[in-house]
Design a binder for this molecule. Structure first.
Ligand code: FAD
Ligand code: SIN
Length: 549
């Protein structure tokens, strides 16, 4: 018998207990920060469910570091706030950014107390680096540009000591919703069996969706699963049109593209076109640099620009992992100019949350790249993502501990439930929300024992190529419409999945449809969203575009 429940497998669905206080989906910085806090400090019964091994995350790949004000004068949280707001192009929620910059230093110190080792100078002070959009050096890092690996190492060790249960290689398919509340997830085990994992609270910490694009820095796990699950359950999602393209991904056939950290430019590396000419200030926010590079590449009819790190002293000592990775590709950065092109790197939007990470369904929370907390607005400031995961993962747990279950009109959630006349702490009108009416919620997906139509790998490749061509750094109504048509065709008939790759493909298609609908509706250019046909920023679009079925 086939059933039509989202995520239920024909014949063999079974149930696990419902005695968890918190079920965390995803084992990156956001999920594990929450899990460790909940289990260690509050003795909650915590489950962590993740689709690969614990370490398989984008977090582990993070290079440049964590932005936080850990040094005294002349830096200040006010400056960090101002830099974040400037990068966010008018769409950051100021209260969320205030939380991020004020609570960030304490969260970094908590991570250090947990055992994370950041790079220090000879006097034992934390070494601070500078990246684009930051007015000062304030990025802490580990192993040069191996920051994410060190954070993940420390968090994985802690969660193994503290969590009640860890499900690795378990794929969350859909949310279990009943009585107006999230009560768990349906999940597929490695052997194909489907189980229901119940919990009083569920945290979506499933990361981003860089795999939407053929050219990306993101690992294969970044397939928008949590966002797609939310979309299929009628939960509000926002800001999906704002995909950040990192300017300095190595232009190389390897997929994902090897990232050349922004820290290189912070140390003085220069951007040049293929004729060797400089054309942009290297330390502008990423959206501006990626746009300038893309325009230069179009003008010169070439596929890449160049990063000139030949003037950097002690390259191998300061950036040992990059030096190693480049050597493997027979590239010597002290001599060679490095071919680079923008690559999809970060999704600024996601599941809409309030200041505590609470989503628009009771018992459901979101943190990290899967969330839209309002801290990034239309373009994330470099190295604010790891920080966001730590800060908001922590706040989710503190809120659960206080007994909170329902979202409030705070942070980005103001766009959904605040009164239109409300003001933020700067006295500015709150950023309102506009539903994207043209978007249709995705069809439910069930697990079946028959194969879905078409090979998932071929369809994935078609999707990625189309998204890179039609929804990349520069977009137009025409390019978005063509891409949306393909996405709809690829999704048609895919209402049954058999394997993880099939489920990931459906999640990517559902996330793509939200992204394309919002990008089409946003008839302006702002932050990471640039339209050929609407090149100006329009004050009437100072709002969040909300997708909710
Ligand atoms: P992730 O770390 O992506 O973890 C998501 C987790 O969810 C994974 O465990 C995944 O397996 C799991 N998951 C997903 N779907 C499912 C499912 N259906 N079922 C079960 N589990 C699921 N940011 C910075 O601030 N500083 C940097 O220096 C930096 N450098 C970066 C370098 C690179 C190359 C990349 C790709 C990103 C970088 N970023 C950086 C961005 C940052 O790493 C990520 O935004 C951040 O780590 C996201 O953390 P997260 O916890 O939200 O998600
Ligand atoms: C980098 O090291 O350039 C990545 C930093 C980030 O994504 O914030």
């Amino acid at each position: 018998m086939s059933t039509d429940h989202p995520g239920s497998r024909e014949d063999d669905e079974s149930r696990l207990g419902t005695d968890l206080d918190l079920l965390v989906i995803g084992s990156g910085v956001a999920g594990l920060s929450a899990a460790v806090r909940a289990a260690d400090t509050h003795a909650m019964r915590v489950g962590v469910l993740t689709k690969g091994d614990l370490e398989q995350t984008a977090t582990r790949w993070a290079q440049g570091g964590v932005a936080a004000v850990l040094a005294a004068d002349p830096d200040s949280t006010d400056l960090h706030l101002a830099d974040t707001l400037a990068a966010g192009a008018g769409l950051c929620d100021i209260d969320a950014v205030r939380v991020l910059v004020d609570e960030g230093p304490e969260r970094v110190n908590a991570l250090i107390a947990l055992g994370a080792m950041f790079d220090r100078d000879e006097q034992g002070h934390l070494e601070l680096a500078r990246e684009g959009g930051h007015s000062l050096a304030r990025i802490v890092h580990a192993g040069g540009t191996a920051t994410g690996a060190e954070i993940e190492r420390a968090l994985v060790a802690a969660v193994k000591r503290t969590a009640t249960v860890i499900h690795e290689r378990a794929f969350a398919l859909d949310l279990v919703v009943s009585g107006g509340r999230c009560r768990g997830v349906r999940s597929m085990n490695a052997d194909g069996t489907v189980v229901e994992v119940g919990a009083r609270n569920v945290l979506l910490a499933t990361g981003g969706a860089g795999q939407l694009f053929a050219v990306t820095t993101n690992p294969i796990e970044s397939t928008g699963d949590g966002i797609a699950m939310a979309l299929r359950s009628g939960i509000a999602v926002a800001d999906t049109e704002f995909v950040q393209f990192h300017p300095t991904a190595l232009h190389h056939p390897r997929a994902p593209r090897p990232l050349l950290s922004e820290a290189l430019r912070g140390h003085g590396a220069l951007l040049r076109d293929v004729n060797g000419e400089r054309f942009v200030d290297e330390l502008l926010p990423r959206d501006e640099v990626s746009r300038a590079m893309t325009r230069r590449m179009l003008d010169l009819e070439v596929e890449h620009c160049l990063l000139d790190a030949t003037g950097l002293e002690h390259f191998a000592q300061r950036f040992p992992t990059l030096a190693h990775d480049l050597a493997e590709l027979n590239i010597d950065p002290t001599v060679d100019l490095l071919p680079i092109a923008p690559a999809a790197h970060y999704l600024c939007g996601g599941v809409l949350t309030d200041l505590d990470g609470c989503a628009s369904l009771d018992g459901l929370w979101a943190a990290g790249e899967a969330a839209c907390s309002g801290v990034h607005g239309a373009n994330r400031l470099a190295s604010n993502s790891l920080l966001e995961g730590m800060v908001f993962g922590f706040r989710v747990v503190e809120s659960i501990e206080r007994g909170k279950t329902t979202a409030e009109p705070s942070g980005a959630m103001k766009a959904l439930i605040a009164s239109a006349a409300a003001e933020d702490s700067l006295g500015m009108p709150v950023i309102g929300g506009r539903r994207v009416d043209a978007w249709r919620p995705p069809a439910p997906v069930a697990v079946a024992k028959s194969t879905a139509p078409g090979d998932a790998r071929d369809d994935l490749s078609s999707l990625q190529q189309a998204m890179t061509a039609g929804a990349g750094v520069l977009r137009s109504a025409e390019s978005l419409a063509e891409t949306a048509e393909l996405v709809a065709a690829l999704r048609a008939g895919r209402d049954r999945v058999l394997t993880n790759p099939e489920a990931e493909l459906v999640n990517l298609l559902d996330t793509a449809s939200a992204l394309l609908a919002a990008a089409t509706a946003r008839q302006e250019s702002r932050g990471a969203h640039t339209r050929f046909d609407f090149p100006d920023t329009e004050p009437s679009f100072r709002c969040r575009l909300i997708l909710q079925g």
